[in-house]
Design a protein around this ligand. Structure first.
Ligand code: NAD
Length: 459
């Protein structure tokens, strides 16, 4: 099938590559010429395991192309996926300007039937808005071209995006009961048939429920994280180990083990903005979402948990201290720095006068770009951040190690080396990577999240 993907970011690029991989003829559009140039020169603007090889394979055989040519992109696909960003606006609602622009372009250039698929995460009612915008453009052109708008939210996870797309837990398809809606549904059934060979994964529903499902999923996952973080902080006070508690509750099948890890808060381009956007949607309808408001507040506070522990251990003035910081990306296996907890930890350390030596296995370039923007107004403060070449480099001469992202490379370091490079045998672990008993035996003072029964023992 001929497919167009509008927006070649994390979601669009993975969607385009995976649909080409199963034999479709895919045209990826982006308005950012730099991204398109990188892709046309064999590069990858993001870090995503398995993606580069897949793109190379499919561009080579001509099933995947990248372009900034809007008119050509509209002409190409019967199916037009809208996969542009929906960042928060000034009040926290989803900013739909990129979605509207994409829809307007379809209306402006379409010459035959199109199935328009909202893949971006968009508030309930956006499909109606997309339909209206396309209809307006067609009317301006005095043409009568049939089109359908359906909702197909994406559930992939950065860092495992290719796998998630190729083997989805479910495919949510929201379409209307009218004739155009049913025609679009049939087209999408055909497009997704290869993903349903083993068993049917598609859940069919109305458009509004599909739009809502995506927000509900992210809101639930964010809730589990904030719930565990709050309990972890209590565990610290009452002398329990949240890791034991996690296993104790996760073994209950009604609860399960996923998304119950305590830590220094969630980040990324989805959870924070989607929770806020859902809160805004609800308040727009006169209904406060009190649980989600608490989820966002708890997460915001949790991003400071490491700072609280560091200040408790030293003092508010950290101007005589240097910290090694491992992990900058908001989670492992991506370079994405959007809303990354590391940014808050770095700015709070720097605000207290500290020096920080940072390292991330993949995100150094992106982190340098983003953090330099965070400190654009204070070059002196920025000068106290050193971007290191390796995790061991970061340790040299630092007073303590602070772990913010749970990269595999940090799971089992040479602890003797860690001790010998640091001035103090001291670790603040925002991801609970190590066994507190082992740390004690190694003579390392270990401050984790919600593991106070062990961490109170100082080296
Ligand atoms: N990143 C994720 O893990 C993830 C997962 C599921 C859903 N989503 C949702 O998917 C959507 C896209 O997210 P993302 O992380 O891929 O965003 P992104 O910022 O990485 O990519 C969006 C791309 O769209 C391009 N763009 C903007 N307007 C355009 C237009 N009119 N025409 C063509 N291109 C245009 C931008 O230049 C950018 O490259 C968002 O709604 C997001 O919430 C993201």
């Amino acid at each position: 099938m001929k497919v167009t993907i509008i927006g070649t970011g994390y979601v669009g690029l993975v969607t385009g590559a995976c649909l080409a991989e199963i034999g479709n003829d895919v045209f990826c559009l982006d308005i950012n010429p730099i991204k398109i140039d990188i892709l046309n020169n064999g590069g990858l603007p993001i870090h995503e395991p398995g993606l580069q090889e897949m793109i190379a394979r499919n561009t080579k055989v001509g099933r995947l192309q990248f372009s900034t040519d809007i008119q050509a992109s509209v002409a190409h696909g019967e199916v037009q996926f809208i996969a542009v960003g929906t960042p928060p606006d000034a009040v926290g609602s989803a900013d739909l300007r990129y979605v509207i622009d994409a829809a307007r372009n379809i209306g402006r250039y379409a010459t035959n039937y199109k199935v328009v698929v909202d893949k971006s995460t968009v508030p309930v009612g956006t499909a109606d808005c997309v339909r209206r915008v396309i209809a307006e453009e067609l009317k301006t052109r005095h043409v009568d071209i049939e089109f359908s708008v359906i909702s197909n939210p994406e559930f992939l996870k950065e860092g495992a995006a290719v796998d998630d797309f190729m083997r989805p837990d479910r495919i949510v398809l929201g379409s209307d009961e009218d004739i155009p809606g049913q025609r679009a549904k049939a087209t999408m059934q055909r497009l997704y048939a290869p993903f349903n060979r083993n068993h049917e994964r598609t859940l069919y529903m109305d458009v509004r429920s599909a739009e809502f499902t995506k927000y509900a999923a992210n809101a639930m996952l964010a809730t589990r994280i904030s719930f565990m973080n709050e309990l972890a902080n209590l565990a610290d006070r009452i002398g329990a180990d949240i890791e034991h508690v996690r296993q104790g509750i996760g073994s209950d099948q009604r609860i399960g083990y996923h998304f119950l890890y305590a830590g220094c808060g969630y980040g990324g381009s989805c959870f924070p903005k989607d929770v806020q956007a859902l809160i805004r949607t609800a308040s727009h309808h006169g209904l406060p979402l009190r649980i989600l408001e608490a989820v966002a507040t708890v997460n915001n506070l949790q991003k400071e948990i490491l700072i609280t522990k560091i200040v408790d251990r030293f003092c508010q003035d950290l101007s005589h201290h240097t910290f090694a910081l491992w992990g900058l990306a908001f989670k492992p296996n991506t370079e994405d720095m959007r809303e990354a907890p590391s940014r808050r930890v770095i700015s709070e350390l720097i605000a207290r006068g500290a020096r920080v030596k940072v390292y991330d296995p993949v995100s150094m370039e992106e982190a340098r770009r983003v953090i330099s923007l965070d400190f654009a107004d204070s070059p002196d403060a920025y000068a106290r951040i050193e971007f290191c070449l390796s995790q061991n480099d970061a340790l040299v001469g630092a007073d303590a190690l602070v772990i913010v992202t749970e990269w595999k490379a940090f799971r089992s370091p040479d602890f003797e080396r860690v001790k010998s490079e640091l001035k103090l045998p001291l670790i603040f672990d925002g991801r609970n990577l190590y066994d507190p008993t082992l740390m004690y035996k190694l003579g390392i003072e270990y401050h984790a999240v919600g593991r106070a029964c062990n961490t109170s023992r100082k080296a």
